[in-house]
Design a protein around this ligand. Structure first.
Ligand SMILES: *Cc1c(COP(=O)(O)O)cnc(C)c1O
Length: 222
């Protein structure tokens, strides 16, 4: 099943993209077994994203090394020690405090960490991330930190059946991404799209999607 899902997704994803950009598929691995994660990688997954720092620490050594590691969950300062030097892209930088902490830890490790800034595009109280109007200011402050490199933006659309609303928000994210990239440069990734909305997101200009259910099936939390 996993193999078949990955194969179909890797075929369909490029067809949805209208910007001529390569779309990176990140497998969202929360709650999945190491065995299933490695099956997905053997089927063609090149990038994996975890939400929980401790889960990442426990599984990371057993996951095939070829896959680039992403962190996609809410980051806590005291958990950065489990991630530093092992995560290729921190997608969920949602406040200045965590950017400063990651910068400091990266400096101490003698590395540069690559990050995305998370944008709360639906202005939802339940979600973290910078308000769309605050991203420019955050980019200026975080851009000055020497041990971080900002590679773009990440967003999660609201849960909604209103496709027009979702399209409007996804398009607004792409516009914001293009405007800020024109101003500051260096962007590569707009990470937006999960199992329920990825087609719409890619059609509106996302070039990185994070899929869990579409690859592994429904999640079982214990
Ligand atoms: C779990 C998760 C996903 C994937 O969700 P699915 O709906 O299962 O595809 C994507 N992004 C983040 C940040 C997640 O936590």
């Amino acid at each position: 099943m996993i193999e078949e899902n990955v194969k179909k997704l890797l075929e369909e994803i490029p067809e949805r993209n209208q910007q001529g950009e390569k779309v990176t598929l990140v497998a969202a691995i929360k709650t999945q077994t190491v065995e299933n994660i490695n099956r997905a990688i053997e089927a063609g997954i090149t990038d994996i994203g975890d939400n929980h720092a401790q889960e990442f620490r426990d599984k990371n050594d057993y996951i095939l090394p070829s896959a680039r590691r992403h962190f996609i969950g809410h980051l806590q300062t005291n958990k950065l020690k489990y991630l530093i030097g092992k995560v290729g892209l921190y997608q969920s930088i949602d406040r200045l405090e965590i950017a400063r902490a990651l910068d400091e830890k990266s400096a101490r490790a003698g590395i540069t960490s690559q990050i995305l800034l998370e944008v709360n595009i639906g202005s939802e109280l339940s979600k973290s991330g910078f308000a769309p109007d605050d991203v420019d200011g955050a980019l200026r402050e975080i851009g000055a930190l020497e041990n971080l490199k900002i590679k773009g933006l990440m967003a999660m659309l609201p849960e909604s059946d209103d496709r027009e609303l979702l399209r409007a928000l996804a398009t607004r994210m792409r516009t914001l991404y293009d405007e800020l990239n024109a101003k500051y440069g260096g962007f590569e990734y707009l990470s937006m799209g999960m199992s329920g909305d990825w087609r719409l997101c890619v059609e509106c200009g996302s070039n990185m999607i994070r899929l869990g259910t579409a690859i592994f099936g429904a999640r079982h939390y214990n």
